[in-house]
Ligand binder design. Structure first.
Ligand code: IMP
Length: 204
């Protein structure tokens, strides 16, 4: 079982969440900076999986430790799946919620469905493997909560595939990190990753 890996990211929030989720499972996560691999490759893939692999490969080429990368984003049904793989570049950092609320103004409750998607890729001597996770929900009408990052203040998570059964009306930013990690796209992808490591399931 892997006990130490490098995460190919410069995103401190993703790093914190991945550490929180994997630490209790006995896996230490080192940042790419700590591993001496300070790279930021162009994410020019067209899918979350392609972009995750681009990031992990760039780091794997310079370190001799298993590498994971996360590529993730928010897909909004009323916007035909946007911002999707462009979630990080949708608006200037810190203004993504305002821009999304603006684009969603006038969209009725029943059409505010959206989901977060996360692809975790693992690269080590054994090759490349993918693990994904989703978190379904709705886009709210205003920013709420101070936890989390990115689109969390406008995303109200709901049961997967639901007809609208939400976990109350709290946004992800109003949840503790433990609550978010239990239901989030990243938490679910990492659960699949951990099950793979412990031999309970195969990669995707
Ligand atoms: P990338 O994976 O580095 O391309 O960035 C994904 C972008 O999607 C982030 O910059 C956030 O804007 C958004 N995102 C990904 N995961 C989350 C999350 O858990 N909460 C809120 N926003 C997220």
């Amino acid at each position: 079982m892997i006990s130490k890996l490098v995460m190919a990211t410069n995103n401190e929030n993703k790093l914190r969440e991945v550490r929180e989720i994997l630490k209790p499972l006995g896996i230490e996560v080192i940042s790419q900076r700590e591993a001496g691999a300070d790279c930021e490759p162009e994410e020019n893939g067209t899918t979350f999986a392609e972009n995750a692999e681009i990031k992990a490969r760039a780091v794997w080429e310079t370190v001799n430790v298993p590498v994971i990368a996360d590529d993730s984003g928010l897909c909004v049904d009323a916007l035909d799946g946007r911002p999707g793989v462009f979630s990080a570049r949708y608006a200037p950092k810190g203004e993504e919620c305002e821009k999304l609320l603006e684009e969603m103004s006038g969209v009725p409750d029943s059409e505010r469905t959206a989901f977060f998607e996360c692809c975790i890729v693992l690269i080590d001597g054994g090759g490349v493997r993918f693990f994904s996770g989703s978190c379904y929900g709705k886009i709210g009408y205003q920013k709420k909560g101070a936890n989390g990052f990115g689109y969390d203040p406008v995303f109200v998570p709901c049961e997967e595939g639901s007809s609208g059964m939400c976990f109350g009306d709290r946004t992800l930013a109003e949840m503790s990190s433990e609550e978010k990690n239990r239901i989030s796209h990243r938490g679910r992808a990492l659960k699949n990753f951990y099950k793979y490591l412990s031999g309970e399931r195969s990669a995707e």
